[in-house]
Design a protein around this ligand. Structure first.
Ligand SMILES: Nc1ncnc2c1ncn2[C@@H]1O[C@H](COP(=O)(O)OP(=O)(O)O)[C@@H](O)[C@H]1O
Ligand SMILES: [Mg+2]
Length: 363
């Protein structure tokens, strides 16, 4: 899929912006703090209905304004989809083809983006919750059933925890809850297993090519059940083993809400062995592998958003990266300048200056 155009009003430091993207490579240049990341953020918002930088939507509204509005046109094979959102202090509205939608799941997945941002480098050291969020976010892009199961599981988990806090035991209600949880957890674990397997098909090769190193980079699934085990019976066993302890601690200690992934290099967690530069390339390789995953699972390509990535790479790696993505995918990339090895003919260039975006090289 490609995003054909984007219209913003009162979003971050943009009063208004209208962009027509090229289906290939788009480069947004500008000095620091002019609005480059803001523009990518608006596309991520239209993709996921939330920002990757903040949790409070109100910060997205231009200072002094009452609302922000975002709209884009997505072309997915022969389908054209219009997505819109209005953010105001009390909440947000979402629309698909100008028809308001209530559920996030009706909106998410219409525009799929994969973002690389230097801020993502925290992911290696973050709490497991952040890595799960990343995992869930990517799988949700290709499976609304996954999102549905996850939401159902969260509600059931709340019910089970409430039950664990009661003074009286209710074993039959506990059994019903666990049975339902197992059903939802099976969907989630299947989704996570498929994601991890798909990523590992491409991640090691991307890393080798980008880094030029002969190292094996993979992700490992730290699951609540043994890795290749039959899911339902393993989950049943898990609950049977943990129930008494859960009653004692009044909370559910095991399950998909405690799972994690680890990035490994030659079998060792990268936290303890990779340099900052290597972590950057691991993350970049991971994002490229996610593009393959989305394409394989949904038979459409996601839009690649690369925030400030080139300035951190040396010339050879810049070239390798551009060769890896060239032509195969729509890419929107930000930076202070365009490296001279990229021909101007191959790209559409925009420049942003204090929230004003214009096409072409000079503001
Ligand atoms: N809600 C807002 N209203 C007005 N300006 C904002 C808002 N949020 C962020 N900004 C401004 O946006 C700029 C940062 O934009 P950003 O896209 O992060 O810059 P960069 O071009 O370096 O990526 C800053 O000048 C900041 O003050
Ligand atoms: Mg930025």
């Amino acid at each position: 899929m490609i995003v054909k155009d984007l219209k913003l009003r009162n979003f971050r430091n943009y009063e208004t912006a209208e962009v027509q993207f090229s289906p290939g490579l788009n480069v947004i240049t500008g000095l620091n703090a002019q609005g480059k990341t803001n523009l990518l953020e608006s596309l991520v918002y239209l993709s996921l209905t939330r920002s990757f930088r903040i949790t409070e939507d109100s910060a997205l509204i231009r200072s002094g304004c009452d609302f922000a509005s975002l709209a884009c046109t997505v072309q997915d094979k022969d389908r054209t989809i219009q997505l819109g959102s209005v953010i105001y202090s009390g909440g947000k509205t979402l629309s698909v083809n100008r028809v308001p939608v209530k559920r996030t799941s009706e909106f998410v997945g219409k525009l799929n983006t994969v973002l690389f941002s230097p801020d993502d480098l925290g992911i290696f050291l973050d709490a497991p919750r952040e890595r799960r969020r990343l995992l869930d976010q990517e799988i949700t892009k290709v499976s609304s059933g996954y999102l549905f199961a996850l939401q159902n599981y969260r509600n059931l988990l709340k019910d089970r925890n409430a039950l664990l806090k009661q003074n009286v035991r209710d074993d039959s209600y506990m059994e019903i809850l666990e049975e339902r949880m197992i059903r939802e957890e099976e969907t989630v674990i299947l989704g996570r297993r498929a994601f991890i397997q798909a990523i590992n098909e491409n991640l090691p090769e991307y890393y080798r090519r980008l880094s030029g190193e002969d190292a094996e980079v993979r992700i490992a699934y730290q699951s609540c059940i043994p890795l290749d085990s039959e899911i339902k019976s393993s989950l049943k066993k898990m609950y049977d083993l943990s129930r008494e302890k859960d009653l004692l601690f009044h909370s559910t200690g095991s399950g998909i809400h405690r799972e994690d992934i680890a990035f490994t290099m030659n079998g060792t967690n990268v936290i303890s062995c990779a340099s900052q530069g290597q972590k950057r390339m691991i993350l970049l390789s991971f994002k490229l592998a996610i593009l393959n995953y989305i394409e394989a699972a949904s038979s459409t390509k996601a839009v690649l958003l690369l925030d400030d990535v080139l300035s951190e790479l040396d010339r050879n790696r810049q070239k390798t990266l551009m060769a890896l993505i060239s032509n195969s995918v729509q890419c929107i990339i930000t930076g202070t300048e365009i490296p001279e090895f990229i021909s101007r003919k191959q790209l559409k260039e925009f420049r942003v200056d204090q929230g004003k975006l214009i096409q072409g090289g000079s503001a």
